[in-house]
Design a protein around this ligand. Structure first.
Ligand SMILES: C=C(O[C@@H]1C=C(C(=O)O)C=C[C@H]1O)C(=O)O
Length: 379
């Protein structure tokens, strides 16, 4: 057969592919309508896997790889079509616009704020800096804080998100996907830790040291001076201090703040024991509904991109196109999904600007999943 005939064959096949593609996209769009009415997510990975398995089952293995590539691209396009149909980006735009009109200018003061731990926790110190006269409710866990805000029990919640020496508080990042809340403010707190004991306990007595794992990590150099002491992780530094204060033992110590030491009647045996003086923890203040307060200059999002070359690049280039700096990019594995990751990004952008809203809408189109976590300023 000569090349002209072969190409005529390809043209005929292409016409069929084009018509079948149109038909497929039309069906996909109808599925989008069904999903919208039934509140179902766009992505159905199980269904996609089933399609790939069925189509490649009796194919030559070499060709099966190409079939997989072709259909993964078709799925991407089909989901993008569904998301445009469902108006995800339009919903986001409207949500931001109505929050800009309805939000208070500043954080209201006579409110209830959920903090993890007990009196004296660093979260409470962060809370005191943000709210002059808030009622604080202490929760057992970070998840408890997220739940208290989600259920409306508390107006706001404070959660630690990262430390510049020890890194991210992974549990809090994981909560952002599990619970629905928005970041409305963030605050950077300088952290100075002390080794505290009950009055009378001396360095030579110490056999066990209690603290939160972040504080233990931040004081790892100092802890080398106590090779014989067991290090025990607690939920919170304030809980560690309370535990030491209430213990009958005189061979225990805690790592916590100076404020906490005073609160529980303990003695600071050593101050400023963190590995570096440049030790900061960022806390986020969360609310159930989106609130965009005055002076916002940061935006946080959570997203997932498909497993194909260039998909993360596409997201990053969306930021680059509008000249937006990415101040943090974190990835977290998705529980139950092998080697599937979620990305969390903090970007320096002003949500009151049209181009930021447009950028966020563009992101809903080039990601498989994208959640707007809030627009806020950092103190
Ligand atoms: C069309 C659907 O939505 C998505 C797209 C799919 C496709 O194009 O075949 C399959 C699964 C979903 O991720 C569907 O749920 O069937």
């Amino acid at each position: 057969m000569d090349i002209q005939e072969l190409r005529a064959g390809i043209d005929a096949v292409d016409n069929q592919i084009r018509d079948l593609f149109t038909q497929r996209m039309d069906l996909s769009s109808q599925i989008a309508d069904y999903k919208r009415s039934n509140k179902l997510p766009i992505l159905d990975r199980t269904r996609e896997r089933e399609i790939l398995a069925r189509l490649t089952a009796d194919q030559d293995p070499d060709l099966a790889n190409y079939t997989r590539m072709l259909f993964k691209t078709l799925f991407d396009m089909s989901r993008a079509y569904q998301s445009a149909r469902m108006g995800e980006s339009q919903q986001l735009e409207e949500q931001i616009k109505s929050a800009l009109e309805a939000s208070p200018r500043k954080l209201p003061q006579n409110v209830t704020v959920a903090c993890q731990g007990v009196e004296g926790a660093y979260s409470q110190i962060a809370c005191d800096k943000l709210f002059a006269s808030a009622g604080v409710m202490f929760m057992d866990s970070f998840e408890g804080v997220a739940r208290a805000v989600g259920s409306g029990l508390c107006d706001y919640g404070i959660l630690p998100i990262e430390n510049n020496l020890y890194g991210s508080v992974n549990e809090v990042y994981d909560l952002m996907r599990k619970h629905s809340f928005y970041i409305v403010r963030s605050i950077k707190l300088r952290i100075n830790h002390s080794l505290v004991v009950k009055p009378g306990t001396t360095d030579g007595d110490i056999r066990e040291i209690f603290s939160h794992e972040q504080a233990i990590g931040q004081c790892s150099e100092f802890l080398k001076k106590y090779p014989n002491a067991k290090v025990t992780i607690c939920e919170n530094t304030a809980m560690a201090a309370k535990h030491v204060a209430q213990s009958d033992r005189s061979d225990v110590a805690a790592i916590c703040s100076a404020e906490c030491s005073e609160l529980y009647g303990l003695k600071q045996l050593h101050r400023d024991i963190q590995n570096s003086d440049n030790n900061y923890t960022r806390f986020i203040c969360i609310a159930k509904d989106l609130q965009i307060l005055e002076g916002v200059n940061k935006v946080s999002i959570l997203f997932r991109v498909p497993h194909r070359p260039g998909s993360l690049y596409e997201v990053l280039s969306t930021f680059a196109t509008v000249g937006v700096n990415v101040s943090k990019l974190e990835s977290r594995p998705i529980p139950g999904h092998d080697f599937d990751f979620l990305f969390y990004a903090d970007v320096d952008a002003d949500c009151r600007e049209e181009q930021t809203v447009k950028m966020l809408c563009d992101l809903t189109r080039c990601t498989e999943e994208m959640t707007f976590l809030g627009a806020y300023s950092e103190a």
